[in-house]
Design a protein around this ligand. Structure first.
Ligand SMILES: [Zn+2]
Ligand SMILES: [Zn+2]
Length: 385
């Protein structure tokens, strides 16, 4: 197909939508108003089917040609973050303590643009599915969508997603086949002994020693398991020992760590090793142990065929697409879609000096909307006409 070319009034409409979405951020799993707005947009674009309440607040618009052919899914995210915005744009968040500091407002807008394009020129074969997924930031959203029985009816042949990336040249793309970003999971280790007078710590059972052992040994786990540097990382994110008082020898401790690895298999080994370490430290000190986990993200791995499709679409759209240095250490719950269909995830530069994702002054760079849209539309047209 020829390179997509969008007129300035269309891009102005999308930019205005993006800024509107930016003003009213909603947190993970609470995206009811955003979801309503997306469902309304899809209906306005005459999607053949609009599925709502998918995995909670998710929305999907299906453009069905009625002719046999591939089912191509494009995914974006609905949620914002519990971060108070400090930037100065006129479209700053109106809701204190909440902000679109990951650019999901921009990702939604790109799919809204694709909906308009599919309304103007409908697919000639197969189906194009535009998925607005909830709760990406907590890792719960993709799982909720995939477990929803109505997702089974979507049955995509390929799934595609993107994320904007500060630190990379504005509007350039990067992708790699195989591991793209890490699996991750948070672990809370709670150690319980019992308190005593600070003058007589021997009458109690303090978890201080076990906590310090864990603080030292958890970050060393990837090395101890023989994992290469750059393949896995354990980061201590929080620790607490007893209460801030001088008269008490502490009876409880908490230690929180985030564990990340390149593949799901390595992640499972890392998690098990952390549990074993906590058990050993608790046993040695005669402490009770409780372990809980949260925010589990599958590793994101790109399949060969859809990766080649992204590269070809970038070339046709005149967008530089580099081999990503990777895999990235951050996580993306898009990885789970790889279990539902061959999939590819790529990044699009947000500018070398742009504020980083989750910074309080981050704002999605509107300049990349037409570029992202061109890549997605080229893929949709190549596959579905
Ligand atoms: Zn984020
Ligand atoms: Zn994000």
């Amino acid at each position: 197909m020829t390179k997509p070319n969008y007129d300035s009034s269309f891009i102005a409409e999308l930019t205005a939508l993006r800024r509107d979405l930016h003003r009213v951020p909603e947190l993970s799993s609470e995206e009811t108003e955003t979801a309503k707005r997306m469902a309304g947009w899809l209906a306005d674009c005459e999607a053949d089917e609009v599925i709502t309440g998918l995995g909670g607040t998710g929305v999907a618009g299906v453009f069905d040609s009625g002719v046999p052919g591939p089912a191509i899914l494009f995914r974006c995210e609905l949620d914002a973050l519990p971060i108070h915005e400090t930037g100065i744009p006129n479209w700053r968040s109106k809701i204190a303590g909440k902000g679109h500091m990951c650019g999901h407002d921009g990702h939604m807008t790109i799919l809204c643009g694709l909906a308009r394009r599919l309304q103007a020129v409908r697919p000639k074969r197969g189906r194009v599915i535009l998925l607005f997924q909830p709760a990406e930031e907590t890792g719960a959203g993709a799982r909720g969508v995939i477990d929803d029985v109505r997702f089974k009816s979507i049955k995509p042949d390929f799934a595609f997603g993107l994320h904007n990336l500060p630190g990379m040249k504005l509007g350039d793309a990067a992708i790699r086949e195989g591991s793209f970003c890490f699996a991750s999971e948070g672990m809370t280790i709670h150690l319980s002994g019992w308190t005593s007078h600070a003058a007589h710590p021997e009458d109690g059972r303090s978890p201080a020693g076990a906590m310090l052992t864990l603080a030292e040994k958890l970050p060393a786990l990837p090395r101890d398991l023989g994992m290469e540097p750059g393949e896995a990382i354990v980061t201590l994110s929080h620790a607490r020992l007893g209460e801030p008082a001088f008269g008490i020898s502490p009876g409880e401790a908490w230690i929180l760590a985030t564990l990340r690895a390149r593949t799901d298999e390595m992640q499972a080994r890392l998690m098990q090793a952390a549990r074993d370490l906590a058990n050993k430290a608790a046993d040695a000190a005669g402490l009770q142990l409780e372990i809980s986990t949260a925010e589990r993200f599958a590793a994101c791995s790109n399949d060969a065929e859809p990766t080649a499709i992204v590269r070809k679409a970038c070339e046709e759209a005149g967008i530089a697409c580099a081999e990503a240095d990777g895999p990235f250490r951050w996580s993306e719950d898009f990885g789970l879609f790889g279990r539902a269909a061959p999939s590819a995830f790529f990044v699009l530069g947000a500018g070398e000096d742009h504020s980083q994702l989750h910074n309080p002054d981050y704002d999605f760079p509107d300049e990349i909307i037409p570029r992202a849209l061109a890549i997605f539309e080229t893929i949709a047209r190549e596959q579905c006409g």
